[in-house]
Design a protein. Structure first.
Length: 520
């Protein structure tokens, strides 16, 4: 049994002092070593205590990795059937859990060699709620390496393939969740979304994916990336099932600080109320800044919008107009600024949380997954070279900005963030929802494993222009399919007011009921 931290050697004390630029003689180091004994005694007392951990309510077996012939799109990391309560809004529905979310007793990799061999001892809050609502969990769906990619080619276990065209991307980072539904393996999956990781695979796979309002769904038990951007949400085969899963997962959790002071007491509990209402009288603002844009990162040579995607979204808007919606072109000049603010915040935040914070960080009140922290700390030192090129880019760029500019850009971006929120809110005061293409292009080809580094980084990050902005602002946003181009789906993104996820789902339901999108 652990007995607390060890008292450091005199040499280690001097090393620590040196890391802060503090000059310390050997004599002073001896004194400071002695002063540290009180803190060491406290760690021994802490180790003698027992942690509070979320309850594991439903029995399960560890399960196994699926055989390749049973997993043709590499959508699944692990299969382990867990039966829920047998009653509730998800009764009879099968659910996959993104492999960035803890399921007790079932291995978890988060798409990365860093986590290989880790087996959580807790169920995430959303996992318990899904089982309480009668859902049956089928296992864990593959995701991108550390969830740092909007493509589907960085997963440590190989690329996740698009069921519509297996040589093409399934999107990321929740690519396995999107592919599992598109393949017909299950009706529901969970996704995580810091820059579009629910909506991108929803768009590429032709399913429904909803990023809830920030704070509506608890994040407890999921892999953190940046606490002010972290979202988990539902992915589904249709809008009705998406609404069912959101209803099951939403609501306060005292263990998640993201909800503290954010989620209103009168939050909506049943999102199926959005269904069947149509769009008559709904005021839609068509956010023109999300159409026809060039390289989103600036002069990097990455592709911008495909005209066919813009056309399919505009055609869907015309169908909504015929159904009684008001459709007006609008602009938000801060849309591009939002993307760049997101970029700075997520890079520095991810480096601090995922690298220095061992996946947990500090200075927040809630549930700390100490078992996960120990795993990340050990594997981060031994297997850091095994991570993907996009994960390396995030960590290197974030650490560079933090070390050489001391967090200046992260701080300034966070201070400007409120301006961006208000710029969207001003439009949403006039319109019920805003609309853009979810992703500016259809699913691209998956790059070869031995492709040059530059050919693997671009497809991981070049599609997030319209999705990442809404992680910055925390507004609810959904992707619903609206057409096909050369055999691949096109996504229609609907953005709503904070905690008005109901209206977002209502408009998504109207899009879905405008005809068979596969023929459009």
């Amino acid at each position: 049994m652990p007995i607390g931290a060890n008292l450091p050697s005199v040499a280690r004390v001097r090393d620590l002092a040196n890391s802060f630029g503090i000059e310390m003689s050997e004599e002073d180091a001896v004194l400071y070593r002695g002063f540290m004994q009180g803190a060491i005694n406290s760690t021994r007392r802490v180790d003698a205590m027992t942690e509070d951990k979320p309850e594991v309510k439903y029995p399960r077996t560890p399960g196994q990795r699926p055989k390749p012939e049973d997993n043709p799109y590499n959508a699944w990391y692990w299969r382990s059937e867990i039966k829920g309560s047998g009653k509730g809004i998800l009764k009879g529905l099968k659910v996959g859990i993104k492999d960035a979310v803890c399921v007790a007793g079932v291995p978890m990799m988060n798409g990365s060699r860093l986590f290989e061999g880790y087996v959580p001892d807790i169920d995430a809050t959303i996992v318990t709620r899904i089982l309480d609502a009668g859902g049956t969990i089928l296992g864990k769906t593959n995701c991108e390496d550390m969830s740092f990619s909007g493509g589907s080619h960085t997963c440590a276990l190989g690329p996740v393939r698009n069921p519509h065209k297996p040589a093409h991307s399934a999107g990321g980072s929740s690519g396995g969740s999107g592919a599992a539904i598109a393949a017909g393996d299950c009706e529901l999956t969970t996704g995580g979304d810091q820059g579009g990781s629910i909506r991108i695979p929803a768009s590429h796979n032709g399913i429904v994916g909803h990023k809830p309002t920030y704070g509506l769904v608890p994040y407890t038990g999921a892999m953190m990336i940046e606490m002010t951007m972290d979202h988990v949400g539902p992915m589904a085969d249709n809008v009705e099932n998406c609404a069912r899963l959101l209803s099951a997962m939403a609501g306060p959790d005292p263990l998640d600080p993201r909800q503290r002071g954010v989620i209103p007491k009168n939050y909506v509990k049943d999102y199926t109320a959005a269904l069947g209402k149509g769009c008559k009288g709904i005021k839609i603002g068509v956010l023109e800044d999300g159409f026809g844009f060039p390289d989103p990162w600036g002069d990097t040579g990455l592709p911008g919008s495909e005209k066919v995607v813009d056309t399919k979204v505009r055609n869907a808007l015309a169908r909504l107009k015929k159904k009684g919606a008001s459709v007006t072109k609008v602009s938000n000049p801060r849309h591009q600024d939002a993307f760049h603010l997101w970029s700075v915040i997520i890079l520095e935040g991810a480096a601090a949380f995922m690298l220095k914070g061992n996946g947990i960080g500090t200075n927040w009140a809630g549930f700390y997954n100490s078992q996960l922290l120990d795993n990340v700390a050990k594997s981060g030192k031994s297997r850091i070279n095994d991570i993907s090129v996009s994960a390396k880019l995030v960590l290197l760029a974030g650490e560079y900005l933090q070390n050489d500019y001391h967090g200046r850009y992260h701080a300034k971006a966070q201070n400007i963030r409120g301006q961006i929120n208000r710029s969207y809110d001003e439009l949403l005061d006039k319109y019920d929802v805003l609309v853009t293409p979810t992703v500016p292009m259809v699913a691209p080809l998956i790059p070869d494993n031995d492709a040059p580094v530059e050919e693997r980084v671009g497809p991981a990050l070049n599609m997030i222009h319209n999705t990442a902005c809404i992680n910055l602002t925390g507004h609810p946003a959904i992707s619903v399919p609206c057409g096909m181009s050369n055999g691949l789906p096109v996504g229609f993104q609907i953005i709503g007011k904070h905690f008005d996820d109901l209206t977002v789902l209502r408009v998504a339901d109207a899009v879905e009921n405008c005809g068979n999108w596969k023929n459009m």
